[in-house]
Design a protein around this ligand. Structure first.
Ligand code: GSH
Length: 212
């Protein structure tokens, strides 16, 4: 059975969303970062970067949440009702990759800077100025996606592709950081994506469960 190392609210949610949409049986394995379980010799064999998520399918251990999403769509995409998780033409695949890379490098990168300087770095390493810059950069890139989504239901073409299941998680994160204030189209896209029957929990819901 497929194993997913990582639980909500981590980026494991990106993989979980695809596993749900594809109706794939899987086991979720909790890795306690706080307790250093991502740095054990056993875990470092799976991911030398000591990061979650990791997906194990047979002999394959695959890291990087976007790569996991692409792998699941590539291998099991025919289980998706109507197909098309990976577009049929090279041109549309290029468009999907454009937005996937954009989400991971232009929108997630500032979100990660905010997280590092808000609660992950040691006290003396944290910088309010860095947080302000990352928020500014993030908002600028959110505006680019907001513009792209005018008149569209999905990021590429007329049906959901891997880019949408990456975007929804990434935008949920951006929303948590207050970056969607000037992006009404993205807020309504986010709502539609999380209204899907197979959507995973939101980051806020996962945080609330952890706190309970
Ligand atoms: N680019 C990686 C980032 C993975 C990542 O940073 N995951 C966090 C949890 S969401 C983690 O494992 N952090 C542990 C650490 O950095 O020590 C991906 O998208 O999978």
């Amino acid at each position: 059975m497929i194993k997913l190392y990582g639980t909500p609210p981590t980026r494991a949610l990106r993989a979980m969303w695809l596993l749900n949409e594809l109706d794939l049986a899987h086991e979720i394995i909790e890795v306690d970062i706080g307790a250093g379980e991502n740095r054990t010799p056993e875990f470092l064999v799976l991911n030398p970067a000591a990061k979650l998520p990791v997906l194990v399918d047979g002999d394959l251990a695959i890291c990087e949440s976007a790569a996991i999403q692409l792998y699941l769509a590539d291998k099991y995409g025919d289980r998706f009702p109507g197909g098309g998780l990976i577009p049929a033409t090279a041109e549309d695949r290029a468009r999907m990759h454009h937005w996937l890379f954009f989400l991971m490098t232009e929108i997630e990168a500032p979100l990660w800077r905010i997280a590092l300087h808000s609660f992950l770095y040691a006290e003396e390493e944290k910088s309010e100025a860095e947080i302000a810059l990352a928020k500014r950069d993030g908002r600028r890139m959110v505006a680019v996606l907001e513009q792209h989504m005018q008149g569209r239901d999905f990021i590429v073409g007329a049906q959901a592709t891997v880019a949408d299941f990456n975007a929804a998680f990434t935008l949920d994160w951006a929303n948590e950081e207050g970056l969607l204030g000037d992006a009404p189209t993205l807020r309504s896209y986010l709502e539609t994506m999380y209204a899907r029957a197979k959507a995973p929990v939101t980051i806020a819901e996962a945080m609330a469960e952890l706190e309970a």
